[in-house]
Write a protein that binds this ligand. Structure first.
Ligand code: HGY
Ligand code: MN
Ligand code: MN
Length: 422
């Protein structure tokens, strides 16, 4: 069937067929898998909880007439056929969460993608290109470091080998969870690697800027740079009651000193835009009456300026060297700031305009799978406001009207991109 792909009416029709109640029901339903008692969600990457969630979404995609495929990093792809067998437009995000996560981080982008699939079907919209909704594996990087493993191996498959041996706090390897995923879904087709026409990710802002500006939609132009490290501080276990203070080698005393030094130069170098977090600590033997022998802490540094990131790297190396053999640094993840493709940003902006919605440009403080997809195809993101700027917290929330408007903007943008000939 030959369709004219020039008219923008199909993009508007798709946006109009976004069903608010169906979208909100799907968010409520997914949030029950890994639900915490405080309204948040704890659904670790490739845990049995995430496997359960994936099973339900596979069934929903099949009911929508989509073909379902996976790859060696357990990314899932739900494909709606296009009229022409061209590289697809991909949308989607992640459904793994932080331990005290919210119900929207990642999940919203995946479920909005599903809502777009349903809206296109309801509107009878046919597109030139296939449309795929993706679930990227281990975006959070909370259970297995680094984050965004699935999207990074989609873009660079050679990275998977190094990820398989990464262990979580219980000693389970990422490779073992990948094998369990394949066992859980033995009949899924394997998706041919690469070749996407464009990638658009819809996500909550996770910060305060859109809400403070009273703007319902963010046209995300890029993502700031990130550095993750693990630092092991070594001391000597000894008796808390008998060991004089002057002879102790207390690993916690050393770790607290190192933390203070890093925070000081990070804020000095980065100014107000600096974001430094020491979020995960592991103490051995972790006993009330034994002086800590080892303390391992993590560093998460973010900044939009590559020159500041380079100066942070140099200052960190000098700080570690100054402490000699008792302090060991293990790099976990680093990525420079990313600027999205102007063509994709323009599509997002024109979708917001077509819906008569106010929007503003914004750089993402959080990283997302779009960080990696931007290396392979025209990529951009759409943000909706986070209430109080809160995220990675059970209180994470966004007004229903904004959730629906963001999904309508996504539907419009995806149809326009799917109808591009080149
Ligand atoms: O850490 C991040 O920026 C993302 O939320 N995983
Ligand atoms: Mn996220
Ligand atoms: Mn997150």
């Amino acid at each position: 069937m030959n369709h004219s792909y020039d008219d923008t009416t199909s993009a508007l029709r798709a946006a109009e067929h976004v069903d608010a109640a169906r979208l909100l029901r799907s968010i409520d339903a997914l949030a029950t898998i890994g639900a915490r008692g405080d309204g948040g969600v704890d659904r670790p990457a490739l845990s049995t909880l995430e496997i359960d969630a994936r099973r339900g979404l596979i069934e929903r995609a099949q009911a929508l007439g989509c073909t379902v495929s996976t790859d060696a990093c357990a990314n899932l792809f739900f494909r709606r056929a296009g009229e022409e067998d061209l590289p697809p437009v991909i949308t989607g995000s992640h459904i793994d969460t932080q331990p005290t996560g919210g119900r929207l981080d990642g999940a919203y982008g995946v479920l909005a993608g599903f809502e777009c699939l349903a809206a296109l079907a309801d509107a009878g919209v046919h597109t030139r290109r296939p449309l795929e909704v993706a679930i990227w594996t281990n975006e959070e990087g909370s259970r297995f470091q680094p984050g965004a493993m699935g999207s990074s191996t989609f873009v660079d498959p050679a990275r998977l080998a190094g990820f398989r041996s990464v262990r979580d706090a219980a000693g389970v390897t990422f490779g073992a969870t990948l094998d369990a995923h394949r066992t859980a879904f033995p009949s899924l087709a394997t998706r041919a690697p690469g070749a996407a026409h464009a990638f658009i990710e819809l996500h909550i802002e996770q910060g305060p800027l859109l809400e403070l500006a009273g703007t319902p939609l963010g046209v995300v132009t890029g993502i700031q740079g990130v550095r993750w490290h693990s630092i092991r501080c070594t001391g000597a276990a000894a008796h808390a009651g008998t060991t004089p203070m002057r002879v102790r080698r207390d690993a916690m005393t050393l770790a607290v000193r190192v933390r203070g030094e890093i925070e000081a130069f990070a804020l000095e170098l980065g100014g107000d835009a600096a974001r430094i977090t020491f979020g995960s600590w592991h103490i051995e033997p972790n006993s009330i009456n034994t002086i800590p022998s080892t303390v391992t802490l993590t560093v998460d540094f973010r900044h939009p300026d590559p020159a500041v990131l380079a100066r942070f790297d140099a200052a960190l190396a000098a700080c570690i060297a100054h402490h000699g053999a008792d302090v060991h640094l293990e790099p976990l993840f680093e990525h420079p700031p990313v600027h999205f493709a102007d063509s994709a940003i323009a599509r997002v902006r024109s979708a917001c305009d077509a819906l008569g919605a106010r929007s503003q440009p914004i750089v993402s403080g959080a990283f997302h799978d779009a960080l990696h997809l931007a290396k392979q195809c025209a990529t951009a993101m759409i943000f909706v406001p986070s209430r109080g700027g809160i995220s990675h917290n059970p209180l994470e929330a966004t007004d229903d009207a904004d959730l629906v408007l963001g999904t309508r903007a996504l539907a419009h943008c995806l149809v326009e991109l799917c109808n591009e000939a080149h």
